[in-house]
Design a protein around this ligand. Structure first.
Ligand code: MLT
Length: 262
């Protein structure tokens, strides 16, 4: 059982069968997984929590860390009576949390999905940018965090090709609160380097990345897949940082096939 002081997270769910936990990125909410909640209901029991201070989940008391968020995500499985191993996936920040789950709860994993994410920690410059973003959120609220990221989230051509995806992203980011943004930036700033963990991950691992990701370069995904023994890498063309929204059908096909294989 997971031990956490974070109040139970709000969850959107669909389907039955193999449990599949999907952890959202920053500054998103579980709403980002709508195409998966609809499209993967035949593939497994999809559980998509709102992290604390995002969507319908209350803010978390300190300390704020990826490990605390990992415990809170595992408490979601406990609350659904899922004690056997689950597939755990996370996009970007959600991937940082999924890697913490792989370190803290290896026995509760039957598969790991690292989506648009990286293993490394923040360097000095990235940490300084997190501090600036925390100060901005405390002064101006949650909106600037999303506005700053918006131009980099989609593949460059998708802003014109998929205006509805761009609009949906704005609606998703409207679910962030100041407390959530500050908590998430703090946890990301202080997260450990997961690179040494990669060679010890023994469960089947799926690494998915958009070919044109402008937030995290594709080379990070290639390096992770190369370092994880039992891994496969899928690069999705015409997708940026949110391939689950930009190329939902292709993304869902890859996830369904992975879940069926573990
Ligand atoms: C995310 O998409 O979750 C964040 O951009 C990750 C990060 O800021 O490191």
């Amino acid at each position: 059982m997971a031990d956490t002081k974070i109040p139970l997270l709000h969850v959107q769910s669909s389907g039955t069968g193999t449990p599949v936990l999907l952890i959202h990125g920053f500054p998103f909410t579980s709403r980002m997984w709508q195409p998966q909640l609809h499209g993967l209901a035949d593939a497994g029991q999809i559980l998509a929590p709102d992290l604390p201070g995002f969507g319908s989940s209350p803010a978390a008391p300190p300390p704020h860390s990826v490990d605390e968020l990992a415990h809170a995500c595992m408490a979601v499985l406990d609350a659904h009576g899922i004690s056997g191993p689950a597939v755990v996936g996370g996009l970007s920040m959600g991937g940082y949390i999924a890697l913490a789950i792989a370190r803290l709860y290896p026995q509760r994993l039957r598969g790991l999905m690292l989506l648009s994410t990286r293993a490394g920690a923040d360097g000095a410059e990235a940490k300084a940018n997190r501090d600036k973003a925390i100060a901005t959120a405390q002064e101006q609220g949650p909106a600037p965090a999303g506005e700053g990221m918006f131009p980099k989230l989609l593949a460059p051509g998708n802003y014109d090709a998929q205006p509805q995806t761009a609009e949906e992203l704005k609606a998703i980011m409207a679910g962030a609160t100041t407390e959530g943004v500050v908590m998430a930036l703090t946890a990301m700033r202080d997260r450990p380097d997961s690179t040494p963990l990669l060679s010890q991950i023994s469960v089947p691992t799926l690494v998915v990345h958009g070919e044109e990701d402008q937030v995290i370069p594709k080379s990070e995904a290639e390096a992770m897949a190369a370092a994880i023994p039992n891994s496969q890498l899928q690069i999705i063309p015409q997708a940026g940082h949110v391939p689950n929204l930009e190329q939902a059908a292709e993304f869902n096909k890859i996830i369904a096939s992975f879940v069926a294989s573990v």
